[in-house]
Design a protein around this ligand. Structure first.
Ligand SMILES: [Zn+2]
Length: 291
């Protein structure tokens, strides 16, 4: 069995808490016959501006720094909000153009989506994004050809790969690592996970952060950070929207991910933010050393 060479990386000492935001609107779900079709998106009522700005306001209170992964589609429609996030000190990164799962695209299609998203984001921000996250953790393993495309397109880091089945392979590393792709090196930083129901489960955002007890999330976070693994948390502006449009006909799993525990999120999130200052992914990567 041979794959790309992998070097585990760690933070010397205790690793930081990392905040990431996937900047997308409420209808940007994956794999749905109705909502995932970009030809429909401009007809949906956008909730992005108000939910995104209110999330940025929450972060201002504690001088938190986040990495914001923008869809190119969003950057093209809200270039002012890309600049606003940068002006407030956040790191601008790419979430692809049209929120397609990476493993459902050929390497050529993946490259095309990546380039288009990167161009739209650069046009809005004036700078090239160097960090990437695929929709729905859809880079599955270090052998995935998407990593090589990312390196060839001058991305230096990716945050798309988890070891949580069924999204990622259980043998994927829990902590950050450098992957030597055919097109050059790339730093991979996986999201925070924990143990539950006898298996690995998410702990750093989305439904898990909303549904699991704060104590359980804190235990997972401590176990990562004590080992020198940055604890990467991820949130979406639509999770905080009290007027989120109802979504008829969603598959049960998508519905759970989208809606479970949302009522308690704002208060829980603010309490979590007040515990300590979050840093961006770029800041956390700068501290990593070969383990
Ligand atoms: Zn997304």
């Amino acid at each position: 069995m041979s794959g790309p060479a992998i070097t585990p990386l760690r933070t010397p000492g205790r690793a930081p808490r990392v905040l990431t935001i996937d900047a997308e609107d409420w209808f940007h779900v994956c794999g749905d016959d109705y909502y995932s079709d970009p030809r429909r998106w401009d007809a949906f009522p956008s909730r992005f501006e108000r939910t995104f700005v209110s999330l940025l306001d929450r972060l201002d209170r504690g001088a938190h720094r986040a990495t914001v992964f923008f869809l190119g589609w969003i950057a093209a429609r809200h270039p002012d909000l890309v600049r606003e996030a940068a002006r407030r000190g956040h790191e601008i990164a790419l979430h692809g153009d049209l929120h397609r799962r990476a493993d459902e695209l050929s390497p050529e299609e993946f490259r095309e989506d990546l380039r288009r998203g990167a161009e739209r984001l650069e046009k809005a921000s004036g700078a090239r994004a160097e960090l990437y996250r695929a929709a729905e953790w859809s880079i599955r393993s270090p052998e995935d050809p998407a990593l090589s495309v990312l390196a060839a397109e001058r991305f230096r880091a990716d945050a798309s790969m988890t070891s949580m089945p069924p999204l990622g392979r259980p043998e994927n590393l829990l902590g950050p690592h450098r992957v030597e792709t055919a097109s050059g090196p790339l730093v991979e930083v996986p999201p925070l996970t924990g143990r539950g129901f006898g298996r690995r489960v998410p702990a750093g955002g989305s439904w898990a952060f909303r549904v699991l007890s704060p104590e359980r999330v804190a235990l997972s976070e401590a176990s990562y950070r004590d080992r020198g693994h940055p604890a990467v948390f991820t949130f979406h502006p639509w999770e905080f929207d009290p007027e989120h449009p109802p979504m008829e006909g969603l598959a049960a799993v998508t519905r759970l991910v989208h809606f479970a525990g949302r009522r308690r999120l704002p208060q829980r999130f603010d309490a979590w933010l007040s515990e300590e200052r979050c840093v961006s992914l770029g800041e956390a990567i700068a501290e990593l050393r070969a383990a």
